[in-house]
Design a protein around this ligand. Structure first.
Ligand code: NAD
Length: 736
């Protein structure tokens, strides 16, 4: 039989090699068609008496990324449509749909012939669940092999037998750790956890897998053998009595109860280990059906998988612009940001000229890259040769003439209009026609800076976040005259360095910093009201923010906040800032000398390591303190999320951000906006704009007019609209 996605070759020993290689895709994923074909492959190999066993592998460099999440997204639409007709019937149909993969893998596991999965590269999610259903698992020791059940990161969980098989192969604690964090395992770690049987050299993979069958591998899973006991003895043992009472508390500490999928994993494992395997699968299927109906799962899959992928692939790239292969990038300013920008550019294989005022400063900037390379070699992420090659791509210089063949120059010099003006002129004097100039400014509007340029159509903002090598987001900012080619080049660059871009129009603070300062300013309000600082920080984390607002302000630097407040007053007048904020920050910076993490004195104290930071006790003396019992932590949580979401809504209303996917992805990747919400606008859509408007009005009455809902929100509430409906990112595609 001929398959579209698989080839089957049976050797003289009767071992069928099933190779999964989807045409036209860089990565194998489970789709409905793949499941149909796999079903047929199982039937055919069972029916063929010549086949003694099956080795299953991938024809691509990676094994598989797991289920096609677009398929899961289509389950949401299916469920919504069915629910409108008959909710009970809809839930039943969803349950059956969800069970399809589970049933297929169980069929494979009980087909009567031994299957061995030969894992040659990244093996994620549903693909690892398939491997778990095979009777043997061999993994290549290539460092590209990563094994994970990462579903929880997009709001779902391993729902094709993963929770039941992992917890029957390894101890419950490791199983929970793996699935509730979605962590990646190396082949060696997976073997140590008993999740794979053998780890071999890449060129031995298939022969080792075949050998397992020749050595008489039984086509029976351990849990289908009589007398099977889960590792550690299951639930009713002294060891389990140590683990299980603490497990929900640990999970709550890590997730604040915000992630239904993480809790479902706990329940699946706990309940599943007390019943026969097939009943365990049913339990998992029920919880999966439940989780799929949550707003969290819907919003997380949309933002963290679908939108992120679409933006990464250039959803906002202007049509008709040829792709730019960047041959050389210039970075001017080899300081804190420029040095790291040069590093990530070189890491993407692009030669960089790194310029500063003198060669010493430029060379010092390259030194930052040398430090990062050393770290990566130490962690085994780079070989010595790869590290040396990366560094050879960074050329320090103080001569602007070296930029004469650059396709793109990014400036990261001091945040000073005059300094930037001089740099723009010096660069443009040598830059070839058609090359693009990008500024990494955080606060200066791009349109204003472009006034210093002779070619404003080639002028754009490319705004990085620190630490550049870790932060996945880059804001691309359009000045009034920025042309399509500059946008395309900037997006091609961001894509080359493997970051996710959002394209925003020019405004003070762009998108991310506008939202971030709302978050920090809400914390200022709370401090001024006398809310204990520890409550402020904890409430933010309970709301799902990765870093408390005071800790974040320490990282950003309090004197930078001070500078920005002063600049806002200078540009927009006294009324543009809250005088109480100004007083708080002025006091901290000028009177107390508290600048943040950089001088080890901010909202927190930073004692020498290994001691941990702790809140500065002096904060208590700044304002009369409320008793913790008099403060409603749920309201604090709401205030943080609502103030940021409102700012995101304002950026849509002002046309700064034009696509809700960008506000959502930008808010999660830029400052960690409660990921379970799917981002700042999905947070509003998730509760419904009408409910959000009511919440804003309630908060405005109690905490100030900055919570007033905007005209756009009120209009949307009246019309029953959502952001994804009103600003439908796919409208143009649908119309075409
Ligand atoms: P920095 O002071 O660490 O580095 C600036 C570098 O520019 C210095 O090495 C300096 O010698 C060099 N420089 C100054 N004038 C120059 C000139 N005429 N020619 C060549 N080099 C010159 O500053 P930074 O924190 O890296 O910030 C740089 C830019 O990046 C600013 O526009 C800032 O707003 C922006 N930015 C900073 C952050 C951040 O977290 N620090 C984040 C995003 C964007």
């Amino acid at each position: 039989m001929v398959y579209t996605n698989f080839t089957v070759e049976t050797d003289a020993d009767g071992i069928a090699l099933v190779t999964w290689d989807m045409p036209g895709k860089s990565m194998n994923v489970f789709t409905a068609e793949v499941m149909d074909e796999l079903n047929a492959v199982i039937d055919a190999t069972v029916a063929d008496a010549a086949v003694k066993g099956v080795v299953f592998t991938s024809g691509k460099s990676s094994f598989s990324g797991g289920a096609d999440l677009s398929m899961i997204k289509s389950m949401f639409s299916f469920y919504q449509e069915e629910k409108a007709k008959d909710p009970a019937e809809a839930a039943k149909k969803l349950f059956d749909l969800v069970g399809r993969m589970t049933g297929l893998f169980r069929k494979l596991e009980t087909c009567g012939k031994p299957w061995v999965s030969a894992i040659n590269g990244t093996c994620m999610g549903g693909a690892f669940e398939l491997s778990l259903a095979c009777h043997g698992r061999v993994a290549s020791n290539d460092k590209s092999v990563k094994i994970a059940l990462p579903e929880v990161k997009v709001g779902i969980f391993p729902g094709a037998g993963g929770t039941q098989r992992v917890s029957r192969l390894t101890d419950a604690q490791s199983a929970l750790q793996m699935m509730t964090t979605g962590q990646s395992l190396t082949a060696a770690r997976a073997k140590a956890m008993n999740l794979v049987h053998q780890v071999v050299e890449p060129d031995q993979l298939i022969s080792a897998a075949k050998q397992m069958i020749k050595d008489g591998l039984k086509p029976i899973a351990p849990w289908d053998e009589k007398g099977f006991k889960a590792p550690g003895g299951g639930i009713w043992t002294p060891a389990a009595a140590q683990l299980w009472p603490a497990a929900p508390a640990i999970l709550r500490r890590e997730t604040s109860g915000n992630y239904p999928a993480a809790l479902a994993i706990l329940k699946c494992v706990y309940e599943g280990l007390q019943v026969p395997f097939d009943t365990g699968l049913k339990i998992e299927q029920r919880y999966f059906t439940h989780v799929l109906q949550t707003t969290e799962a819907y919003s997380m899959i949309r933002s963290l998988f679908i939108s992120m992928q679409e933006l990464g692939k250039g959803a906002r790239r202007p049509a008709g612009q040829p792709k730019t292969e960047l041959k050389k990038v210039g970075v001017v300013g080899a300081g804190f940001m420029g040095a790291s920008i040069a590093y990530v550019t070189a890491a993407a294989g692009i030669p960089v000229t790194l310029i500063d005022r003198d060669i010493e400063a430029a060379t010092k900037g390259k030194g930052v890259g040398e430090g990062l390379v050393k770290d990566s070699i130490g962690k085994g992420r780079l070989t010595q040769d790869e590290g040396a090659a990366l560094l050879s791509r960074i050329t320090p210089s103080s001569d602007y003439a070296d930029l004469k063949d650059a396709d793109l120059v990014i400036e990261a010099v001091f945040e000073d209009r005059e300094v930037k003006k001089a740099v723009i002129e010096a660069v443009e004097a040598v830059l070839p026609p058609g090359a693009v100039f990008a500024s990494n400014t955080s606060t200066l509007p791009i349109t204003g800076l472009a006034k210093n340029s002779k070619r404003p159509a080639d002028f754009i903002g490319v705004h990085f976040f620190s630490p550049v090598e870790k932060m996945m987001l880059t804001e691309v900012i359009l000045g009034k005259e920025t042309g399509d080619r500059a946008i395309a080049v900037a997006l091609d660059y961001v894509s080359a360095i493997k970051k996710t871009p959002i394209v925003v129009n020019d405004t003070r603070g762009f998108f991310v910093n506008r939202c971030v300062f709302r978050y920090i300013h809400e914390a200022y309000d709370m401090l001024i009201e006398g809310v204990p600082a520890a409550m402020i920080e904890n409430a933010a984390k309970m709301a799902g923010m990765p870093v408390g607002p005071l800790a974040l302000n320490d990282e950003v630097a309090i004197d930078l906040s001070y500078k920005i407040l002063k600049a806002t007053v200078a540009d927009l007048g006294e009324k543009a800032v809250d005088p109480r904020h100004m007083q708080l920050v002025t006091g901290l910076v000028e009177r107390e000398g508290r600048l943040g993490r950089k001088n080890a004195k901010g909202f927190y104290e930073y004692p020498p390591k290994p001691a941990k930071k702790s809140l500065w006790p002096g904060l208590k003396d700044l304002y009369p303190q409320k008793k913790a019992d008099d403060v409603d932590v749920n309201v604090l949580k709401q205030r943080f999320l609502v103030t940021i979401a409102l700012e995101a809504a304002r950026t849509m209303e002002e046309g700064i951000v034009t696509d809700p996917r960008e506000a959502d992805v930008g808010s999660i990747l830029g400052f960690g906006f409660a990921p379970y919400t799917g981002g700042a606008l999905s947070y509003i859509d998730g509760m419904g704009v009408k409910t959000f408007v009511k919440l804003c009005e309630k908060l405005a009455a109690a905490y100030g007019p900055h919570f007033q809902p905007t005209a756009l929100l009120k209009d949307m509430a009246a019309k029953g609209e959502t952001f994804y409906g009103r600003f439908d990112p796919y409208a143009a595609k649908k119309a075409a």
